[in-house]
Design a binder for this molecule. Sequence first.
Ligand code: NAP
Ligand code: F7E
Length: 326
Amino acid sequence: MTKIAFITGITGQDGSYLTELLLGQGYDVHGAVRRTSSLERSRLAHLYADATIYNRRLFLHYADLDDPTTLRRVLFKVKPQELYHLAGQSHVGLSFEIPETTCEFTAMGTLRLLEILRDLPDPPRFFHAASSELFGRPSQVPQTETTPFAPINPYGCAKAFATQMVRIYRETHGLFAVNGILFNHESPRRGENFVTRKICRAAAAIKKGLQNELTLGDTRAQRDWGHARDYVRGMWLSLQHATPDDYLFATGKLHSVQDVIETAFAALALDWRNHVKFDAHFLRPAEPLQLVGDASKARTVLGWSPQTPFTALIQEMTRAELDTLA
Ligand code: NAP
Ligand code: F7E
């Protein structure tokens, strides 16, 4: 029988890659979308355009995270076997500007979904997209699934609430509920205001003569960056295991924003020194330190490992921007 999956956040970077993976595995995929003034959902456009997929194996339902009545109705109707919960306000810097929205969607939105699952006669396996931002200023480097939470921004705090709730619902209500503690993962489909995409896009625009300057905040900041396609495979693997648990997904390698700049500009034979400027507007009130993950558990238990090294990731993103601008 065909398996049915449901994705919140299907229009996002990860939602689009996960949809492709699940369709490739033979699933019917349902997703929750928000009402917006434009119907353009660019990351799914290629799937809409395929008459053998859209409304045959891929179905979209209007449902916001702050509308539990609708979510409940849709989930009772669709009856998914797997639910991937990816929706939320995902920008850390913006979470300082809109902390209430961030917590409403990311923290309370997750709790509302867990409450609905409790009432379903046959609850689906549930994946929650947790984050390295749980660890903030961590007491251990690298971090593992057991590193204590120490979030330092509203986004991390909302994820910590949601992650702990997932553990509680797994342990006390017996739900098959999994936290995937995801470190930064990027792709050509990354939102334009995240630093890797911003840099790769600017480098391509400079190469094409469409732009001359790139303004950035803290270029010494470091992250553990992988490819989104690898991380959605981890999400799927974590729901195929016999028992529910928490898994950390990371490359284990730290790079700086400066490394992203140098890799992207070098890919286009540009000298970054002629173009990159500092703008204090992009500094954040607090920066996490040394967020780098040890994914040994995912490797041993799920057979997961990241396939795309940092340089290949940034080169792919830069080339994709150049093709888009062509
Ligand atoms: P993204 O590109 O920003 O996508 C977020 C998705 O959530 C979009 O589909 C968005 O819909 C939807 N959404 C936001 N608020 C919603 C609401 N109130 N109701 C319904 N849908 C809503 O994020 P991503 O990079 O794919 O990340 C997926 C998840 O993983 C997020 O929860 C993020 O916090 C988490 N995560 C990501 C990373 C990373 O490095 N990418 C790392 C750790 C954790 P619209 O298209 O309508 O805006
Ligand atoms: O920032 C610095 C910035 O916004 C990375 C989300 O997916 O990963 C992501 O959050 C670093 C930070 O990602 C600019 O200060 C410098 O140190 O690309 P980012 P993030 O904050 O790490 C985590 C794991 C998530 O869970 C989140 O959902 O880059 N930086 N200059 C800048 N960042 C931005 N955005 N723009 C700049 O101009």
